[in-house]
Design a protein around this ligand. Sequence first.
Ligand code: UDP
Ligand code: MG
Length: 331
Amino acid sequence: MGEGKYMKAEKKISVVVPCYNEEDVILEFYHELHRIMAERLQMAEYEILFVDDGSKDASAGIMKELSKKDEHVEFISFSRNFGKESAIYAGLQFAEGDYTVIMDADLQHPPEVIVRMYEEMQSGSYDMIATRRKDRLTDTKLRSFGAQLFYKIMNKISGINMGNNAMDFRMLNGKAKRAILSMGEYNRFSKGIFEWVGFRTCWLEIEIPDRKAGKSKWSLMKLFHYSLEGCMAFSTLPLALSSLIGFALCLIAVFMIIVMILQTIVTGVEGSGYATIICTILLVGGVQLFCIGILGQYLAKAYLEVKQRPKFLVQNLSEKKRNIYDRDLLV
Ligand code: UDP
Ligand code: MG
């Protein structure tokens, strides 16, 4: 739909906004979002749920003021900085709308996209409306190279396709929201979680403007740690690595031993002590690494078990079974 077309939205939308030291942008963000919700969507029922992730600036105070003035504004304040992932989780837990939108406070996620998301969601063919950034012009070369490399590796080793340039800016219906909440793990990597739960996802390509004010909370170092976390949360391949290395060392050692024995037989001269020691070290080291790798495999299984991820997620079911599903709040 074109800019400026107005519609009346019937469903209730909750907008979850994780904020960490965003005093410079919260007000502008609020006005912009309010304009979309109240005017463009003419939404009677909606909530803007700010999650203050332990901000050290005036963010919490600004949210509190807003919630006093506007009944649509709610907030949750954390006791300290728990990270964006925890803020998203808390927001989803407290969101009461039929649809839930997750978006950043810095206006890099343009609020008018919510109108498009709403339309797609209303069509009934999707459970999740996700966004992908068109290009990475606003990023530095190093950052966008890092991001591309990361997605390539992740998609290979995790077995799920996290898509290139996927963002956290999304709209979820009740089903998708419940599914994501049912992933109770502590180390949360949202991009992986969104893909892991599956469901019918509609992708919107959007252009990302620069941050309106304030600074990005992500240094390169933080991004690097975040990617490592992602790898570890969705793949146990690193645990298998020592097995592989150990196995390779064993092969080399066995090969060298065979060569030495053959040499002795053919030439009749015994191999040097130096070579024998190298072979032994390689062999023993290899066997040890290999065994550590086996331990790793068991650890990997236990690791996935401890996460207590749901064993399945329901897309649809027959009327009679729906009662059981609603009564027991299955995912
Ligand atoms: N954020 C958060 N907790 C943190 C870091 C960031 O809630 O520990 C929020 C931040 O306030 C913003 C969103 O996450 O609303 C995205 O952060 P930022 O804009 O710094 O990330 P970038 O857009 O640079 O990836
Ligand atoms: Mg940003």
